[in-house]
Design a protein around this ligand. Structure first.
Ligand code: SAH
Ligand code: MG
Length: 192
């Protein structure tokens, strides 16, 4: 599939791929900061991994996806873009495996209830001056919404994101900046 087809597929199958402005921000960050090695948690069908790998040919992406169907679709899409050499797709639950590589950028875009665990686990894999970027920090504006959210599942999800934001704000090892871009993006750097 090409990007248009991937975007269409995502819409029709409810695959929550990154918003255009979000992926643009990420691509710009990668280009401007000379990011080479990226770890992504949550590949879905490979959309953001492919976009990141296409920033320039020095970029290498390792991306983890636990869902069988999405993993297979991601394999196919990565092949269609001829990026098998620069994108390594790992079929696993990110909390069940250990990687020993070092990454300039870790992009967290998976189960919202596990963001703190992903952060704690994979911050060991950050290279010096590396950053952790997280997606969906606003969750369609619901995170800052004061009124009670009617659906229990949605309420839970939003509370997970609020907990993660609190975790980032009170983290003494990392400084985090929050951006109102896409669905809300945070950038966390280790402080000196
Ligand atoms: N980054 C993708 C979208 C990811 S959607 C893009 O923008 O194109 C989130 C994905 O994370 C889902 O496909 C889900 O199956 C996966 N996921 C959720 N929890 C996970 C975990 N613990 N380990 C690996 N993948 C996970
Ligand atoms: Mg997302």
């Amino acid at each position: 599939m090409n990007f248009k087809q991937i975007e269409k597929y995502a819409k029709e199958h409810n695959v929550p791929i990154m918003q255009k402005t979000g992926i643009e921000f990420l691509s710009k960050y990668i280009a401007e900061n000379n990011v080479k090695n990226i770890l992504e948690i949550g590949s879905a069908i490979g959309y953001s991994a492919i976009k990141m790998a296409l920033v320039n040919d020095k970029v290498k992406v390792t991306t983890i996806e636990k869902d069988d169907e999405r993993y297979l679709m991601a394999i196919k899409n990565i092949k269609d873009f001829n990026l098998e050499k620069r994108i390594t797709l790992v079929h696993a639950d990110a909390l069940d495996i250990t990687l020993d590589g070092k990454y300039d950028l870790i992009f967290i875009d998976a189960a919202k209830g596990q963001y703190i665990k992903f952060f704690d686990k994979y911050s060991k894999n950050l290279s010096k001056n590396g950053v952790i970027i997280s997606d969906n920090m606003e969750f369609h504006g619901l995170v800052e919404q004061e009124e009670r959210i009617p659906s229990k599942n949605l309420r839970q999800l939003v509370n997970h994101i609020r907990d993660y934001i609190e975790f980032l704000k009170t983290n003494t090892e990392f400084d985090t900046t929050f951006y109102k871009i896409g669905d809300g993006i945070s950038v966390s750097c280790r402080n000196e």
